[in-house]
Design a binder for this molecule. Structure first.
Ligand SMILES: [Zn+2]
Length: 186
């Protein structure tokens, strides 16, 4: 979606960046059970440092073999789209940032300004809206369900809009005939 607004951004970078923050959740469960399940990678400071670095590494090393294998795409073509460039790094960062911003309304605590602002002080407005009688857990459950429903609908629309020949190429590599530095005529 983001890459549609600016075709010069890297679709693989945006895609990997937008899922990277959640890889900390299982790690937090294992290493810091009972505290927060998201922290560093859901903070602005974490996104622009560790999050972006991780996303770049995953895009470069894991994206080409995994995506070309599962979606029967030309390995070298995916690899070429995952070359490390300033645009790819920026795309990884924007993807992760987008994830963190979308998470905020839907979560009962948000480490976006961690370590300066306690995550518990930032309660998502959608959670509060559905927190009947101050029941934050209920608010979170409803917000989460709603979010999943919206994402499923959006995902289906994107799939339907791209349906046809080359769908996986469009969805995983993006518009590859626009190479770096070239503008698409309006
Ligand atoms: Zn998240």
């Amino acid at each position: 979606m983001l890459s549609k607004t600016n075709r010069r951004l890297s679709l693989p970078g945006l895609t990997v960046g937008s899922v990277i923050p959640d890889i900390e959740i299982p790690l937090m469960w294992i290493f810091f059970p009972g505290v927060y399940d998201h922290l560093l990678l859901h903070s602005l400071i974490g996104v622009v440092t560790v999050g972006t670095a991780l996303a770049v590494i995953v895009t470069k090393l894991l994206y080409p073999p995994i995506i070309s294998f599962f979606f029967c795409l030309e390995y070298n073509e995916v690899k070429e789209a995952c070359r490390i460039t300033p645009i790819l790094i920026l795309s990884c960062m924007l993807g992760a940032l987008f994830h963190v911003l979308v998470d905020i309304p839907m979560h009962p605590f948000n480490p976006v300004f961690w370590p300066w602002i306690d995550p518990r002080e930032i309660v998502g407005p959608v959670v509060l809206f559905f927190a009947e009688g101050g029941n934050i857990a209920l608010g979170f459950t409803i917000a989460n369900t709603l979010f999943t429903a919206v994402m499923t609908v959006l995902g289906s629309i994107i799939l339907a809009m791209n349906f046809g020949d080359g769908i996986w190429k469009r969805l995983w590599i993006g518009n590859s005939d626009i190479s770096e530095g070239q503008y698409e005529p309006a």
